[in-house]
Design a protein around this ligand. Sequence first.
Ligand code: GLC
Length: 701
Amino acid sequence: MRSSHIFTALIAIAIPSFTLLAQDKVRLTPDNIDEVVASMTLREKATIVVGGGYGSMLAGVFGGDYQAPGAAGMTRGIERLGIPAIVLSDGPAGVRIEPERKGKENKGKTFYCTGFPIGSMLACTWNTALVEEVGAAIGDEALEYGVDVMLAPGMNLHRNPLCGRNFEYFSEDPVLSGKIAAAYVNGVQSKGVGACVKHFAANNQESNRFMNDSQVDTLVLRKLYLKNFEIAIKESNPWTVMASYNRLNGIHTQMDPWLLTTVLRDEWGYEGLVMTDWVAKRDTDKQVAAGDDLMEPGTKSQINELVRAVKKGEMDERYLDISAKRVLELVVKTPTYKGYETSGAPDLEAHAKVARTAAEEGMVLLRNVDALPLRPNCRVALFGMASYSILPGGTGSGHVHRPYVVDLADGLKLSGHYVDESLAEAYLDHLKKHPAKNTLMTRMFGAPAAPEMSVSRAMVEASVAESDLAVLTIGRQAGEGGDRKLEDDFLLTDDEQKLISDISDLYHAVGKKVVVVLNIGGVIETASWKDKVDAILLAWQPGQEGGNAIADALSGFVNPCGKLAMSFPVNYFDLPSSANYPYDYHGPNTMVDIKRLPEKPKSTIDYTVYKEGMDVGYRYYLHSDVEPSYPFGYGLSYTSLEQTEPQFSADGLRATVTVKNVGDVPGKEVVMIMAPYLRGFAKTALLQPGESQTLTVECAE
Ligand code: GLC
């Protein structure tokens, strides 16, 4: 063979192997992502757009060598290319990972995470700076415990009070919801950890959530159900978006190119990654083609399906290249890719203070007829199981393994008050007889509320002489995977109604006050009983510091400054959406002024028609002759705060308002620019008596 042929032969062998060698030399960096994608095999591309499975979530229970056992999911790595697997963890009220880890290196260590107030409570603070602090604390715990992306915030609009996950979500209004979500995301991402706005979109019920078809007019969709996501995405640029389980106008959001590419990317300019919610396989090729970049939790069959679809020409490999690129663009931003040395020891003490402040500012004083604040060293007859076993948060993926939880009974004692011991004993004894279930589900996703104890009139009578006033806590639990019921849930139980009547009769007979604390995750009926009591404090599900925060507010150590982020209707059937929402109402429990009992909702299991259009929350009340029990934006204070009329800038995009504290205790105020819908808001600092503050409010279009 001529030497030139040998030379050519050698070159022919050398180039591919050199290329292979060169390919082996391609290691992921932020600057060579296109090159890395180009060097990937088809199977490698299909691999990185499919999550790493349930292993990390279940590792907390069944063991397994994972970076953050208990985290909801991961991506898959490719060693050859220097692509690590990254960690994705729930949830909106705090990092949800297992509090203990196996392995001798973790001996004696714990990995508890701060339990923050629920989303609805954060929204009721109307304080974006504070919500950003909450996000930053959560981001810090994610960083130090080895989590790269927080699957939070949950931000679907409160279309109807019965949605089981409203506790995780913010509001009935898209501007408030979007701004609070943006603050949360900016906080989390300030720590170099990603956030994930979810569940995109129109995921407003839990009934049949994997398949239910939300049928929404496009204009209503854009002005309400997409609007809050648009605000959050444009004002915080979350690293990721989670496409919801449900269908939207006939197509699963997770494979809807109009939603995930036309709206999200082409119109809003979003450049981050879209992941699915945690569903088993769907039409994986259609999902990727629609702009869904990461299939979570991920199954090997999805990898095979993608490879097959490309090979059979059913899917253009171009879509896989785009999604693989987005996965790598996410990976290179993460602490794991950067080799961050986690401490495993975030400052939980400092974060507990943030949780307590957020709870204090998210509480809403709904009623106060000369009852609050409590005098020092009050003798309190404390009723209601939730007084002794507070509900710090909702159930499902939003659960948190908190280091501790402060109940109201403890909080009141720590604030110098006395809690009636015989009542406390009866409740604690009842609690002991009905311990919280300890199953795999309750361990991973949180426990239901402890069963309420029946209280006889005689028991109430026996407490009157021993106490200065009565405090009754009404508790309600709700969670992912199921919607709430009307009776015994949205409506008070007959026992609760009777207890309120007994306590009010007997305490008012001797001139003593009655206070109700609402430890709830979602709106309940209030109109039938609110005038029987002297004060109502909406404490939501306030996180691990709940008992202290509620006691601070009741005692006047803090002045409640929360405002409702959602309307409380007089009765459920006032709400236009009640005609098209899954509910099982078999009568009675107490509801007043029922004007109409709509016929059984049309199939709100297979599909839900958002027939009410824009008439959600206060948007309905604005033009209706029906009044709510407590309106959107409502909240009392222990002081009086006056606001001037807003002065608008020429372009109408800014409004200036001066707030003055004309009362005799310090307080904060929220300025809301309603024209006629919420256009913007701002919150004052703590104003001393006589002090004023001028706020300039940015007004959305
Ligand atoms: C759940 C939830 C979602 C959560 C995910 C991972 O089903 O819908 O909010 O982040 O799965 O746990």
